[in-house]
Design a binder for this molecule. Structure first.
Ligand SMILES: [Zn+2]
Ligand SMILES: [Zn+2]
Length: 160
Protein backbone atom coordinates (compact mmCIF):
# COMPACT_ATOMS: atom_id res chain seq x y z
CA UNK A 1 0.00 0.00 0.00
CA UNK A 2 2.91 2.33 0.72
CA UNK A 3 3.77 2.61 -2.92
CA UNK A 4 0.23 3.21 -4.13
CA UNK A 5 -0.32 5.90 -1.51
CA UNK A 6 2.71 7.81 -2.71
CA UNK A 7 1.63 7.42 -6.32
CA UNK A 8 -1.71 9.00 -5.47
CA UNK A 9 0.04 11.76 -3.59
CA UNK A 10 2.29 12.46 -6.55
CA UNK A 11 -0.81 12.74 -8.75
CA UNK A 12 -2.27 15.24 -6.30
CA UNK A 13 -4.97 12.86 -5.06
CA UNK A 14 -5.79 12.16 -1.47
CA UNK A 15 -5.66 8.48 -0.52
CA UNK A 16 -9.16 7.13 -0.12
CA UNK A 17 -10.05 3.45 0.12
CA UNK A 18 -11.70 3.32 -3.33
CA UNK A 19 -8.74 5.08 -4.96
CA UNK A 20 -6.23 2.78 -3.29
CA UNK A 21 -8.17 -0.37 -4.20
CA UNK A 22 -8.81 0.65 -7.80
CA UNK A 23 -5.20 1.64 -8.42
CA UNK A 24 -4.18 -1.67 -6.86
CA UNK A 25 -6.46 -3.55 -9.27
CA UNK A 26 -5.03 -1.72 -12.29
CA UNK A 27 -1.48 -2.41 -11.20
CA UNK A 28 -1.96 -6.10 -10.53
CA UNK A 29 -4.48 -7.15 -13.16
CA UNK A 30 -3.41 -9.75 -15.68
CA UNK A 31 -4.94 -7.68 -18.48
CA UNK A 32 -3.65 -4.23 -19.18
CA UNK A 33 -6.74 -2.61 -20.72
CA UNK A 34 -9.76 -2.68 -18.45
CA UNK A 35 -13.28 -1.33 -18.77
CA UNK A 36 -14.82 0.16 -15.63
CA UNK A 37 -16.98 -2.97 -15.41
CA UNK A 38 -13.86 -5.17 -15.43
CA UNK A 39 -12.42 -3.19 -12.52
CA UNK A 40 -15.75 -3.44 -10.72
CA UNK A 41 -15.89 -7.23 -11.20
CA UNK A 42 -12.33 -7.58 -9.97
CA UNK A 43 -13.22 -5.62 -6.83
CA UNK A 44 -16.22 -7.88 -6.26
CA UNK A 45 -13.95 -10.90 -6.46
CA UNK A 46 -11.74 -9.29 -3.83
CA UNK A 47 -14.85 -8.79 -1.67
CA UNK A 48 -14.52 -5.04 -1.91
CA UNK A 49 -17.79 -3.16 -1.64
CA UNK A 50 -17.21 -0.40 -4.18
CA UNK A 51 -20.07 0.47 -6.54
CA UNK A 52 -19.77 0.83 -10.30
CA UNK A 53 -20.57 4.56 -10.13
CA UNK A 54 -17.65 5.05 -7.74
CA UNK A 55 -15.38 3.03 -10.03
CA UNK A 56 -16.33 5.32 -12.94
CA UNK A 57 -15.78 8.42 -10.85
CA UNK A 58 -12.38 7.32 -9.56
CA UNK A 59 -11.20 6.23 -13.02
CA UNK A 60 -12.17 9.67 -14.35
CA UNK A 61 -10.25 11.31 -11.49
CA UNK A 62 -7.25 9.12 -12.36
CA UNK A 63 -7.57 10.14 -15.99
CA UNK A 64 -7.68 13.84 -15.10
CA UNK A 65 -4.65 13.40 -12.86
CA UNK A 66 -2.72 11.65 -15.63
CA UNK A 67 -2.50 8.32 -13.83
CA UNK A 68 -4.46 6.44 -16.46
CA UNK A 69 -5.30 6.84 -20.13
CA UNK A 70 -8.83 6.26 -21.37
CA UNK A 71 -9.34 4.81 -24.82
CA UNK A 72 -12.83 5.39 -26.18
CA UNK A 73 -13.52 3.13 -29.11
CA UNK A 74 -16.28 3.54 -31.64
CA UNK A 75 -19.40 1.73 -30.56
CA UNK A 76 -19.05 2.91 -26.99
CA UNK A 77 -16.41 0.62 -25.51
CA UNK A 78 -14.02 2.48 -23.19
CA UNK A 79 -11.00 0.95 -21.54
CA UNK A 80 -8.47 2.33 -19.13
CA UNK A 81 -4.79 1.56 -18.81
CA UNK A 82 -2.07 2.85 -16.54
CA UNK A 83 -0.15 5.75 -18.02
CA UNK A 84 3.22 4.10 -17.55
CA UNK A 85 4.25 2.95 -20.99
CA UNK A 86 5.65 4.53 -24.10
CA UNK A 87 3.35 5.35 -26.96
CA UNK A 88 1.54 2.46 -28.60
CA UNK A 89 -1.59 1.99 -30.65
CA UNK A 90 -4.56 -0.32 -30.25
CA UNK A 91 -6.71 -2.87 -32.00
CA UNK A 92 -10.16 -3.74 -30.72
CA UNK A 93 -11.70 -7.14 -31.30
CA UNK A 94 -15.35 -6.56 -32.14
CA UNK A 95 -16.29 -10.02 -30.90
CA UNK A 96 -14.49 -10.51 -27.60
CA UNK A 97 -14.04 -6.79 -26.91
CA UNK A 98 -10.41 -7.25 -25.96
CA UNK A 99 -7.79 -4.70 -26.76
CA UNK A 100 -4.47 -5.51 -28.38
CA UNK A 101 -1.49 -3.19 -28.33
CA UNK A 102 0.98 -2.67 -31.09
CA UNK A 103 3.82 -0.46 -32.16
CA UNK A 104 4.81 -0.23 -35.79
CA UNK A 105 7.68 2.06 -36.53
CA UNK A 106 6.70 2.45 -40.19
CA UNK A 107 3.21 3.66 -39.30
CA UNK A 108 4.66 6.03 -36.71
CA UNK A 109 7.16 7.42 -39.23
CA UNK A 110 4.54 7.81 -41.95
CA UNK A 111 2.27 9.76 -39.63
CA UNK A 112 5.08 12.11 -38.70
CA UNK A 113 5.98 12.47 -42.35
CA UNK A 114 2.39 13.20 -43.47
CA UNK A 115 1.93 15.76 -40.69
CA UNK A 116 5.19 17.49 -41.53
CA UNK A 117 4.30 17.68 -45.21
CA UNK A 118 1.05 19.37 -44.31
CA UNK A 119 2.80 21.91 -42.14
CA UNK A 120 1.22 20.34 -39.13
CA UNK A 121 2.88 20.09 -35.75
CA UNK A 122 1.92 16.70 -34.43
CA UNK A 123 1.36 16.61 -30.71
CA UNK A 124 -0.28 13.27 -30.24
CA UNK A 125 -2.34 10.68 -32.00
CA UNK A 126 -4.20 7.53 -31.28
CA UNK A 127 -4.78 4.89 -33.87
CA UNK A 128 -7.61 2.43 -33.38
CA UNK A 129 -7.99 -0.60 -35.62
CA UNK A 130 -11.19 -2.65 -35.53
CA UNK A 131 -11.55 -6.28 -36.41
CA UNK A 132 -11.83 -9.78 -35.04
CA UNK A 133 -8.96 -11.49 -33.27
CA UNK A 134 -7.58 -14.70 -34.70
CA UNK A 135 -8.71 -16.74 -31.73
CA UNK A 136 -12.35 -15.62 -31.95
CA UNK A 137 -12.33 -16.22 -35.66
CA UNK A 138 -10.90 -19.74 -35.43
CA UNK A 139 -12.22 -21.18 -32.20
CA UNK A 140 -14.41 -18.56 -30.53
CA UNK A 141 -11.75 -18.03 -27.88
CA UNK A 142 -9.92 -14.76 -27.45
CA UNK A 143 -6.30 -14.93 -28.49
CA UNK A 144 -5.23 -12.08 -26.24
CA UNK A 145 -3.29 -14.30 -23.90
CA UNK A 146 -1.20 -15.75 -26.66
CA UNK A 147 -0.49 -12.54 -28.49
CA UNK A 148 -0.43 -9.84 -25.92
CA UNK A 149 1.69 -7.43 -27.81
CA UNK A 150 3.17 -7.10 -31.22
CA UNK A 151 6.00 -4.68 -31.03
CA UNK A 152 8.65 -3.48 -33.35
CA UNK A 153 11.12 -1.36 -31.50
CA UNK A 154 13.35 1.22 -33.04
CA UNK A 155 15.34 4.16 -31.77
CA UNK A 156 13.02 6.47 -33.66
CA UNK A 157 9.90 5.33 -31.83
CA UNK A 158 10.80 7.28 -28.75
CA UNK A 159 11.04 10.52 -30.72
CA UNK A 160 7.29 11.02 -30.90
ZN1 LIG B 1 1.07 5.41 -32.97
ZN1 LIG C 1 -2.47 0.14 -24.40
Amino acid sequence: MMNITSELKKAGLRSTIPRLKILDVLEHATVRHMAAEDVYKQLLEMDEDIGLATVYRVLTQFENAGLVIRHSFEGGRSVFELNDEDHHDHMLCLECGDVFEFIDKTIEERQRHVAKNMGFVLEEHSLHLYGVCEGMKKSGKCSLKKKKRARVFSEKDSAL
